[in-house]
Design a protein around this ligand. Structure first.
Ligand code: V47
Ligand code: SF4
Length: 397
């Protein structure tokens, strides 16, 4: 038979094990892989093989299209009542001198700084503190919309929602309804970490459980709203915990269809209580993106968050199942710079994002949070910026 795609070539490779051949055939015929096959991929599949499978799925869904947005973050505080072992960001309340706590006015001032800029999304998330309660966040979301109605508010995670609803003595369904009425537009993917209780108990004790994280997203989806999902990987978890995490997301997505994007988050080890654990390699990052793309057959998008993974790995990931690299950021987030990410002041202009994507042969699209196309940059030419003139060296005779 004539091989037509790289996937066909892989399937015809006589050196490939029967198990990996079977998985490749499933991908070609659009069939779902099982949890056991997920484990086989993590344990046995080489990067080249995974790249072919994940890229086949990515290109079938999106062609070369690669998404980014214009966004900024607000991190209300880096004080937190919890003590996640991987967190480099939180300063316990008792060490308050190194922390910040923005007031409502200060957060609105951050929003106002972008008044004349074409940003479409504010991503708001930080530590958990008692004074940031249901009333505070409801008023904040309403005030942001009053000031700039079209700005998409992507805010907080089930970690905060669980805490503020419990304090307000309301159930998740009532709480999410109130958040929707206050102006919340979507929920980012954070706080998921690893669902498996035996790992979560060690790295993220006391905050919402994996089950509660999923329940809150489910209530939000029932309101017809969308959210993202993440997985913190590369610390003390085993492959079976990653597959379990992906499987629980896939099951909820089958039920609600409310997830838009999955974002694997690489554990970064600077200045936290797990600093003794070495970070995984870039090869493992790319394998993990690819396996996520293969496993999550009901998720539209896989995102590589460039501020966390570095620009060059984000570029590489576009050949391993990823179709989104997040946004302009404008140096408004500290979570990853404090954890040792390469980008100490994460900010990229639209032109830089477009060039990054084009450099690797993909097709840049600026999207809004719901993946409506704002600008297709494939044919777009940015105005020429005058290049610096070289200093003329004197001629020496
Ligand atoms: O939940 C914290 C993670 C998350 C570290 O939805 C760490 O579009 C690695 O969820 N090493 C918050 N990870 C960030 C997040 C996110 C980011 C970008 C886009 C979206 C989206 C969501 O950051 C936390 C936690 O899992 N995190 N510390 C660390 N040392
Ligand atoms: Fe608090 Fe979030 Fe850090 Fe955990 S990861 S300590 S919940 S800020």
């Amino acid at each position: 038979m004539k091989a037509e795609t790289n996937l066909d070539l892989i399937i015809q490779d006589s050196n490939l094990s029967a198990e990996l051949k079977n998985i490749a055939e499933k991908v070609r015929s659009n069939q779902r892989i099982s949890t056991d096959e997920g484990i086989i991929l993590y344990e046995n599949a080489e990067l080249g093989y995974l790249g072919v499978l994940a890229n086949y799925i990515r290109e079938k869904r999106h062609g070369d299209k690669t998404y980014f947005n214009r966004n900024f973050h607000i991190e209300p505080t880096n004080l937190c009542i919890y003590d996640c072992k991987f967190c480099s960001y939180s300063v316990l309340i008792k060490e308050k001198s190194q922390g910040w706590e923005y007031t409502m006015e200060e957060m609105l001032d951050i929003v106002k700084k972008y008044d004349n800029q074409p940003v479409t999304e504010v991503h708001l998330v930080g530590g958990v503190l008692p004074q940031y309660d249901l009333k505070f966040y409801s008023e904040l979301f309403t005030a942001i919309h009053k000031h700039r109605p079209e700005l998409h508010v992507k805010a907080l995670t089930p970690v905060e929602y669980h805490y503020i609803f419990k304090k307000a003595k309301i159930d998740y369904a009532t709480g999410m309804q109130l958040m929707k009425e206050a102006g919340l537009n979507s929920i980012p993917g954070g706080g998921a970490e690893i669902f498996a209780p035996e790992i979560r108990e060690i790295i993220a004790k006391d905050k919402c459980t994996g089950e509660q994280w999923l329940q809150i997203h489910e209530e939000w989806h029932k309101l017809g709203m969308r959210s993202n999902a993440t997985m913190l990987y590369g610390h003390i978890e085993e492959f079976k915990h990653r597959v379990d995490h992906l499987d629980q997301l896939r099951k909820l997505q089958d039920k609600t269809g409310g997830f838009q994007t999955f974002i694997p988050l690489k554990f970064r080890n600077q200045d936290n209580q797990m600093a003794h654990i070495p970070e995984v390699s870039v090869i493992e990052d790319l394998r993990n993106y690819a396996i996520s793309r293969i496993y999550l057959d009901n998720f539209d998008h896989i995102k590589a968050y460039w501020a966390m993974i570095s620009r060059s790995t984000a570029q590489l990931s576009l050949n391993f199942g990823v179709d989104d690299i997040d946004g302009t950021l404008d140096d408004t987030t500290k979570i990853y710079s404090m954890a040792g990410a390469e980008e100490q002041h994460p900010a990229m202009s639209t032109q830089e994002l477009v060039e990054l994507i084009k450099q690797i042969g993909r097709h840049p699209i600026e999207r809004d949070t719901m993946y409506n196309v704002i600008t297709d940059y494939n044919e777009y030419q940015f105005p020429e910026v005058e290049k610096p003139k070289y200093y003329q060296l004197p001629v020496i005779n």
